[in-house]
Design a protein around this ligand. Sequence first.
Ligand code: PMP
Length: 392
Amino acid sequence: MRTFTLSETVASLQPSGIRKFFDLASSMEGVVSLGVGEPDFVTPWHVREACIRSLEEGYTAYTANAGLLELRQETSRYLKQRFDVSYDPKTQIIITVGASQAIDIALRTILNPGDEVLIIEPCFVSYASLVTLAGGTPVAVSATGDNDFKVQAEQLEEAITERTKAVMLCSPNNPTGTTLSRSELEQLAEVVERYNLIVLSDEIYAELVYDEDYTSFAAIRNMYEHTILISGFSKGFAMTGWRLGIVAAPAFFVEPMLKVHQYAMMCAPTMSQYAALEALRAGEQDVVQMRKSYKQRRNYITKSFNSMGLSCHSPGGAFYAFPSIQSTGLTSAEFAEQLLWEEKVAVVPGSVFGASGEGYIRCSYAASMEQLMEAVKRMERFLQKKDRTLHA
Ligand code: PMP
């Protein structure tokens, strides 16, 4: 067999800790999965139909690199109406291949080798690896359970060095569901302004907020010019497989980002863009219904965890609960593995999202009420068994 010297950067990346569990869970029968990070809804029919219609009409060619102008115009209207942030459709918005690609091109555009990016953990598993791939250095800042996983402004400040270029912010957060209020964002903004940092604000879950109105980081005073807003259709609009994201930012960020996008990707899938156009024009009620349903499930699952002795703060957004499993004396990986083997419930160990996620598990409640009730029953049984072992 031939051997080649491949990229050392790529070799240094760790495979995602989530995949391992999925592969194991999908090889077993009768598993109730609270593992997946995607909506359990199928994309609404009228949105799928808009895609079919676009194909029937023969719209199968590339679009403009930045995406269909009509879609950028609708996106601009949507961002203004929903989150009170203004972006020019011609110069400040790119339609990307998922929020994933938006994060990738943003990082590749802003980083020089060795630039540091503060990553607030626990967080989405891709951030640190995407920073590394873009030539930067990820620096972990640990948000902790005693603060409901809300990072404190002083923690950000302590992690800043001369090389700090940017901060990855994610509210509502994956995996904790923690959602920062306007005043909490303002406190972070003060540090961002003082040290002249760039903020990649991952707002992919902005439509799934249950208790308060959502505040976009770009809408915070003086933050517009510091912010690269990342959004998309995957979560709020139940469109994960369509691979469509949004990046909106001042033109001095978007213009160079468009170069990366045009060479690496050309444009986002055309038929998906036609579907997204319909989602923005006529999908508001679908989102309202889905949000209502997630909220009911959030209330049920959080209450159930607390009453079975797994302390769990009420997550303000997204579709994840992040209960503490510290009372069991198990690590999060042990808990997740034993729960899968013994009761066939799949959850994700908190440790895969960063060191401060240890002691917690991520449970996605984007599952049917029946599945959630079954998972709760099995977890109660599991905990009783562990409790007996612990006190035997
Ligand atoms: N950001 C966060 C916080 C996520 O949880 C995810 C998906 N799990 C993404 C980005 C990527 O989303 P997309 O499907 O739009 O690439």
